[in-house]
Design a protein around this ligand. Structure first.
Ligand code: SAH
Ligand code: SF4
Ligand code: F3S
Length: 373
């Protein structure tokens, strides 16, 4: 039999920082099992697609990429794999051939299973056990920042979002494990860390709820050799004064805050189940700016959510003006399987969504240019 371990693997990653982090750890695991890591799909024997399913567009991109692969072992991993396994693509075209599926929770078993160690049944993995030596941090693309996952999944169930269904509900990592990862990062000569989670500021260590996000930030900042600590993403509802105080008063904590707003209309925010009003959001932005005038704020906006009228959209535009974000990410709403909003009529026509997205970006450009003068 061919020696599987000499096979070359290419890992293609889609989606959020969390996925890029997971892919980095996966590559390390594959190397430990003797696989060689390819830098291009063309020269690889196995291609692992570590995927995202947060918006429909992300999903289509993956399947069109997989459709072009010929004569290689194809592995579908990550959030889209959960969606497929749970039947969230029924009636839709998938790829012509997929050899393995691995959900995010099964990612650690990929090296073992591909090496033939753990065996498979009908192409579906039998999840392997987590290797205690598994790396718990990764380097970002710049190689200058170490990323640490502080929690997996999300329990917020915003009505439009698939993440809780494909990644599971929130599972925080033990405080001591995070601290150990940070210390390992410093030993590797990296001084900047980026904490990852879908809702970082709801963090509580599973063994001691008193060890919350502010305690974690403060403890990390006391580690010798750590110079900068960033985090994505905090949730507006879970910000407290202790964290704001640290951002303002602790030089090591990043002053670039990504604070997803989603909409400026209270009707839409409530239907999205975001847990705050536009007034709450403005008050939080003011508290942050007052405590720390040199803070930079960025955000995520969804346009065309079910029931969004021109009036609702205009409220988002005026909120952009009021807050003056340094940058924004804007998305057209797309229906996601399993979600509460998938039962709402997707009643904003695609053309209208496109138009609103364009108006949104134009507005943001005007705001940024005005602030520059
Ligand atoms: N956990 C992060 C967001 C992760 S998803 C947070 O809540 O801050 C990244 C962004 O994708 C979201 O902030 C949202 O703006 C967008 N998004 C999520 N689901 C979407 C959907 N169904 N349609 C369009 N955009 C969506
Ligand atoms: Fe999705 Fe909401 Fe969780 Fe973000 S906070 S991952 S948008 S459910
Ligand atoms: Fe996408 Fe999964 Fe991240 S759905 S945004 S890769 S958590």
């Amino acid at each position: 039999m061919e020696d599987k371990k000499s096979q070359r693997v290419y890992v293609k990653t889609y989606g959020c920082q969390m996925n890029f982090h997971d892919s980095g750890i996966l590559r390390e695991g594959l190397k430990k099992k003797g696989f060689s890591i390819s830098s291009s799909a063309a020269e690889a024997d196995i291609i692992i697609f570590n995927t995202c399913s947060v918006r429909e567009h992300a999903e289509q991109k993956v399947f069109s990429d997989i459709g072009r692969v010929k004569g290689k072992t194809v592995v579908l991993a990550g959030c889209l794999a959960t969606q497929v396994v749970k039947g969230g693509r029924k009636g839709k075209k998938t790829a012509p051939r997929l050899d393995f599926y691995f959900t995010p929770a099964e990612l650690n078993s990929i090296p073992d299973i591909l090496a033939g160690g753990a065996g498979t049944r009908n192409g579906l993995p039998q999840p392997g056990s987590k290797n205690p030596d598994d790396a718990s941090f990764n380097r970002d693309i710049s190689e200058k920042t170490g990323t640490i996952k502080i929690s997996e999944g999300c329990g917020n169930f915003c009505s439009y979002c698939i993440v809780p269904y494909v990644r599971g509900t929130e599972k925080p990592v033990l405080f001591d494990e995070i601290i150990n990862s940070a210390k390992k990062i410093v030993k590797e000569g990296i001084n900047d860390i980026l904490l990852l989670g879908q809702n970082v500021n709801s963090y509580h260590s599973p063994d001691d709820p008193g060890k919350d996000f502010s305690y974690l930030l403060k403890s990390l900042s006391e580690i010798k050799g750590i110079k900068k600590i960033g985090f994505i993403s905090p949730h507006p509802r879970d910000f407290n004064d202790k964290v704001i105080g640290l951002i303002a008063g602790n030089d090591k904590i990043s002053k670039s805050i990504h604070l997803p707003l989603q909409s400026g209309s209270d009707k839409i925010l409530s239907s999205m189940k975001r847990g705050y009003t536009s007034k709450d959001y403005i008050a939080l932005a003011e508290r942050l700016r007052k405590a720390c005038p040199d803070i930079t704020l960025s955000t995520d906006i969804i346009v065309g959510f079910p029931g969004e009228t021109d009036e609702d959209f205009n409220m988002t535009l005026s909120l952009l003006e009021k807050i003056g974000f340094n940058s924004i990410f804007g998305f057209k709403y797309s229906v996601r399987p399993f979600t509460e909003a998938s039962n709402f009529p997707d009643d904003v026509p695609l053309e209208k969504k496109k138009e609103r997205l364009q108006v949104l970006f134009e507005k943001q450009n005007m705001i940024v240019n005005k602030n520059r003068i």
